[in-house]
Ligand binder design. Structure first.
Ligand SMILES: Cc1cc2nc3c(=O)[nH]c(=O)nc-3n(C[C@H](O)[C@H](O)[C@H](O)COP(=O)(O)OP(=O)(O)OC[C@H]3O[C@@H](n4cnc5c(N)ncnc54)[C@H](O)[C@@H]3O)c2cc1C
Length: 240
């Protein structure tokens, strides 16, 4: 199954929630009226003010929940390193997989027919062992020790907008691993649709004009952001 990402739910009116939290810092209004009488323009201005000032604790007052399937355990192992997001992953302890376990084949393997065939055969072999182990009475929590990083999984992620910004910074970067980068871009697209002004400048640091990675100066994306004309020339030269 291919990567699938859905935005399951989010706080009502996320931009306004951020603007209201920020207004509490700057306005003499009492708490009963702090969320009253917003115009869209005022919300936008307040979000822009705190976003551009880096007053990002205000972004913590709004939550997004994503459902993700068709990803590998190799991906989720990286994902759960992001400590300010919350997760529920399909359990390999409580769910016995019937038949061949679904798995993710990296494009670099899929593109090499001989390696792809060997990879497929290996997954079958592991699956056969897994089924035999279950039939012999091994509990799923132990039989799963044979399952590889490639085993497909499904995960629910909940995060506030600030945690998402951090995640997008690290994982949409060209230095991030391809699968988590795809996930990160898919989540960013959904978040941007739901709350454009919160996520308008979200992404790898190059989107904001700098890069601290050692290979930054050679990264095609960084070059494209810093100097789009030079990047277009390079592409044209490479194609000629
Ligand atoms: C390109 C890339 C390559 C990577 N390679 C490896 C690798 O080879 N090996 C490996 O193990 N990991 C690797 N990682 C994972 C990386 O080390 C981080 O664990 C992961 O990116 C989460 O980042 P974080 O800790 O900043 O995020 P979060 O856990 O989301 O934390 C966000 C921010 O909160 C603050 N924070 C969170 N917890 C604490 C704390 N306990 N104390 C103080 N401040 C805290 C920090 O400011 C942190 O940046 C890699 C990540 C990337 C993007």
């Amino acid at each position: 199954m291919a990567l699938k990402v859905v935005l399951l739910s989010h706080s009502p009116d996320p931009e306004r929630a951020v603007a209201t939290a920020a207004r509490n810092c700057y306005s003499p209004r009492d708490i009963e009226t702090i969320d009253e009488n917003w115009t869209e323009d005022e919300v936008e201005k307040m979000v822009t003010r705190v976003r551009d000032a880096g007053h990002l604790s205000t972004f913590e007052h709004t939550m997004f929940t994503f459902g993700v399937s068709g990803v590998s355990r190799a991906l989720t192992h990286q994902l759960v390193r992001h400590r300010h997001m919350s997760y529920e992953q399909k359990s390999q302890r409580y769910i016995k997989i019937k038949g061949q376990f679904p798995f993710v084949a990296p494009p670099s393997i899929a593109a090499r027919p001989e390696i792809a065939a060997e990879f497929g055969a290996l997954m079958e072999q592991i699956s056969e062992f897994y089924q035999r182990a279950l039939e012999a009475g091994t509990p799923p929590e132990d039989a799963r020790f044979a399952l590889p990083n490639a085993a497909e999984t499904q995960i629910v992620i909940t995060a506030n907008a600030r945690a998402l910004l951090d995640f997008f910074t690290l994982r949409t970067c060209n230095n991030a691993q391809w699968e988590i980068r795809e996930l990160s871009f898919a989540m960013l697209r959904l978040a941007k649709k739901a709350a454009p002004s919160l996520f308008v400048r979200a992404g790898a640091t190059c989107v904001r004009g700098y890069c601290n990675e050692p290979n930054g100066p050679d990264c095609p994306r960084y070059i494209a952001v810093k100097n789009p004309v030079a990047a277009r020339r390079r592409t044209a030269l490479a194609a000629s």
